[in-house]
Structures are given as structure tokens and as C-alpha cells.
Write a protein that binds this ligand. Structure first.
Ligand SMILES: [Ca+2]
Ligand SMILES: [Ca+2]
Length: 177
């Protein structure tokens, strides 16, 4: 009986993945993919501020110059959907980086993250508030995030708690790609 049930599950799972392949990725995965294609060369080679601008405007859905926890949650969903779609062609290292990032975001929590940096208490983050602990310069973002002099890790960790250092791992991963 159990074998039958597992067999049925396998058939269903296969059918779902086959139909997913036919229909292509969900729209939010495609939206993130377009963003990723556009941002990747900028983030790899251009000054860090350009990369942050691109990411910020992607996340700022209503274009008011501030990121709410809801807007950040949409980005997380887009990214999750994209990562699931791209997972088969990722290296083990890329999958590990994504798992670490996912862990850090879950552990910190988007609402806590916004509250930790929301200097004026309006419930959303301007780019200035977001970058309080990071000093951008002409180097690409991955390099900036790996420079202990550019990121105030002590303050950042005080704000965000023990999961904060994993954000640094993301910076390192971004630079390697
Ligand atoms: Ca906004
Ligand atoms: Ca604010």
C-alpha cells in the first residue's frame, strides 16, 4: 500500500515537473531573470553604487524611493522562484550560497531588518538608511562587501544579530560569479 502511494506521488511529481517545463518558468522568475541579466555585468564591474541603484529600483515596486517589508518580501519571492527554476543548472557552490542567503534572511526577518535600519521610523528604508553601515566607493559591490573597512560589521551585527555575517558570504559569492 505504501509503495503504491509513493508510486502515485512520483507520478504526480513527474507530471507536475513536466507541465512546468512545458509552460516555462513562472512570471516572477522571469522578471527576476531579466533583472539579474541586467544587473550582473553592472554589479560585477561597475562602481558599487550603480549595482545598489539597480537593486533598489527593482525592489521599490511603487517607486516612492523607500523599501517596505512587503516590497522586500516580493523580491524574496521572485528570487526564490528564480532560484528554483535555475537550480538544475547551478553549481553546488551556487546552491550553497543561496541556501546560506535564505537562512540569513529567514533568521533576521524582513520586518526586523527594516526596523533595524529605519532611522526616521516611517516603516520603510531609503537607500541612505539601507546603507548606514556600508561605505560605497568606486569598486564593485562584491569587493566593497568583502572589505572590512567598508562595512561596519560590528554595528551591523548589533543591529541584525548572529545571522548578520552570512550577508558577507553573499558578497563573496556575488564577486566570484
Ligand atoms: Ca516603495
Ligand atoms: Ca525610513
Amino acid at each position: 500500500m505504501r509503495t503504491l502511494a509513493i508510486g502515485a506521488l512520483l507520478v504526480v511529481a513527474t507530471a507536475i515537473s513536466a507541465s512546468a517545463a512545458e509552460d516555462g518558468p513562472p512570471p516572477e522568475a522571469k522578471a527576476f531573470d531579466r533583472f539579474f541579466d541586467e544587473a550582473q555585468p553592472t554589479c560585477a564591474y561597475q562602481p558599487s553604487g550603480d549595482c545598489v541603484d539597480l537593486g533598489f529600483s527593482y525592489a521599490d515596486r511603487d517607486g516612492d524611493g523607500r523599501l517596505t517589508p512587503e516590497e522586500l518580501n516580493l523580491v524574496r519571492n521572485d528570487f526564490g522562484s528564480w532560484a528554483q527554476w535555475k537550480s538544475p543548472e547551478m553549481t553546488k557552490k551556487e546552491r550553497t550560497s543561496i541556501a546560506i542567503g535564505h537562512y540569513a534572511v529567514q533568521a533576521i526577518g524582513l520586518k526586523n531588518f527594516v526596523e533595524a535600519y529605519d532611522a526616521d521610523g516611517d516603516g520603510a528604508l531609503t537607500q541612505e538608511e539601507l546603507l548606514t553601515d556600508i561605505t560605497l566607493d568606486q569598486r564593485p559591490l562584491g569587493q566593497v562587501l568583502q572589505d572590512p573597512n567598508a562595512v561596519d560589521w560590528v554595528t551591523l551585527q548589533q543591529r541584525l544579530g548572529p545571522a548578520a555575517p552570512f550577508i558577507g558570504a553573499l558578497g563573496a559569492a556575488a564577486q566570484e560569479q
